[in-house]
Design a protein around this ligand. Structure first.
Ligand SMILES: Cc1cc2nc3c(=O)[nH]c(=O)nc-3n(C[C@H](O)[C@H](O)[C@H](O)COP(=O)(O)OP(=O)(O)OC[C@H]3O[C@@H](n4cnc5c(N)ncnc54)[C@H](O)[C@@H]3O)c2cc1C
Length: 427
């Protein structure tokens, strides 16, 4: 029985909760083992060893002290951005023909997780996911030759920074409710609307903006009528203002108003009215990236707490001798190990061009739960000092809390999984 035979459904018509179809749990039980499914290899390849050691070296230069300072100052780390480029991380997903490494999400996930776990916290994913992850994938998969030539080498070199403009004040979880419009005017499009929470919009060179080219009322399926526009941020009519927020203050997430912004028609990414498909191709990589962030930050906090628990003596013994301190962290660590395996599987499927929505959402949801628990219990081990800026765990707590809200909320990740298990659609 072939792979096609185990696709449960390919229904893509609903908001961020649904990404490229997938394989239901029941379906796995229904097929003979397909060699492509069961041959996951855990031997460390040369590439993976190199990625891990390079990420460790970079993280050693940009450890917790660096991020404590950047967070306090609310300052973007240009040095880290440039170092990621020099080390080759911006180009991991860019094909070799365009100056990248031509690798996949398995390698990108490993790079992000290692950067996070070795001291960078959320920055290890944050500085890579939008440009080196989503923009690189979208342009690689759906760009014209001209767009690939213009952007892919520049992404690999760290010379261009993209933001991704999906969310609006009235369209968060339900992406299909976007109200920003792109109206054709001769050989141009005119953009009008408002975006919210757009990370890097204050410094990005360009934004991939999701707009409606045909109103919702005029399309057969809600996924129709959506287009992706590459908008250079220096075009007239764009107004950006950062939203004060809970954490990750070493980058801004912004409200963006677009008022009569004109772009040439060649700035469309993918097909007019068919941009939904280009967009969903970037959402699984984004979720895999956030799964990597969650286990990465969780591991960083847990490792730091384990060291502290060996040193800190209360009642004449290291606090780590108490199982009430060690077990909650150990349990979260074990859950992170399992979630990491699921992320590897999701990435493995994605890199083979196979449906991976089920695995990706399971990986995202479980990695976030395990990572959050790891940081929470690590903070507990620090006692009152867990509340002090100088021990960093309070910052990791603020950082990891984002992963349950974005890029897809835990509820919507579970909505996807629930549907694949056979529950009726609830949204
Ligand atoms: C720091 C930060 C950075 C961000 N960066 C970007 C970015 O760069 N680009 C971008 O486009 N967006 C970005 N976002 C936006 C983010 O993706 C959205 O906040 C997210 O999609 C949720 O949208 P919302 O806030 O409007 O929540 P809402 O859609 O209002 O949902 C509110 C709550 O209701 C729940 N809910 C809604 N419907 C259902 C349902 N059917 N079943 C169960 N629960 C449901 C949701 O899960 C959520 O918990 C960022 C957000 C933050 C906080």
């Amino acid at each position: 029985m072939g792979v096609e035979a185990i696709v449960v459904h390919e229904d893509l018509d609903a908001g961020q909760g649904v990404v490229a179809g997938g394989h239901g749990r029941r379906a796995f039980a229904a097929v003979l083992p397909d060699p492509r499914r069961i041959r996951m290899n855990f031997e460390p390849t040369q590439e993976r060893s190199l990625i891990r050691s390079t990420a460790e070296e970079v993280a050693a230069e940009f450890g917790p002290e660096h991020w404590r300072e950047k967070e306090r100052e609310g300052e973007f780390s240009e040095a880290f951005w440039n170092e990621l480029a020099d080390a080759g991380f911006h180009g991991l997903l860019v094909p070799e023909a365009y100056g990248g490494a031509g690798m996949g999400m398995a390698e990108m996930g490993l790079a992000m997780e290692t950067l996070c776990a070795e001291g960078c916290g959320m920055a290890g994913t944050w500085y890579l996911v939008l440009t080196a992850g989503m923009a690189a994938v979208g342009i690689r998969e759906h760009g014209t030759d001209e767009q690939r030539d213009r952007y892919l080498p520049a992404i690999a070199d760290g010379e261009v920074n993209f933001s991704i403009g999906i969310t609006e004040p009235e369209a968060g979880t339900n992406t299909l409710a976007v109200a920003t419009t792109a109206r054709r005017d001769g050989d141009e499009y005119v953009l009008d609307g408002q975006k919210a929470w757009i990370t890097f919009a204050d410094r990005a060179d360009a934004m991939i903006l999701v707009a409606r080219t045909t109103p919702l009322e005029a399309v057969d399926r809600p996924t129709d009528g959506i287009s992706l526009c590459i908008v250079e941020m220096d075009r007239p009519g764009i107004d950006v203002s950062p939203i004060p927020k809970h954490g990750i203050n070493y980058s801004k997430s912004c409200e963006v108003f677009v008022d009569g912004v004109r772009i040439p028609e060649e700035n469309l990414l993918g097909e007019e009215d068919g941009g939904w498909w280009a967009l969903v191709s970037t959402l699984n990589p984004e979720r895999i990236a956030f799964a990597a962030a969650a286990t990465g930050i969780g591991t960083l906090a847990a490792d730091t707490a384990i060291e502290y628990a060996n040193d800190r003596e209360v009642f004449g013994a290291p606090i780590g001798t108490h199982q009430a301190v060690s077990f909650p962290i150990t349990r979260a660590y074990a859950r992170m190990e399992a979630a990491r395996l699921m992320r590897e599987k999701a990435a493995w499927l994605y890199d083979r061009g196979e449906a991976c929505g089920y695995e990706t959402n399971v990986a995202k949801a479980t990695a976030v739960e395990a990572g959050i628990e790891a940081v929470k219990q690590s903070m507990q081990a620090f006692g009152g000092w867990g509340y002090a800026e100088e021990y960093d765990v309070e910052r990791w707590w603020r950082e990891i809390n984002l992963t349950r809200l974005a890029p897809v909320s835990q509820q919507m990740a579970y909505n996807h999984v629930a549907r694949e298990l056979g529950f009726p659609k609830s949204y």
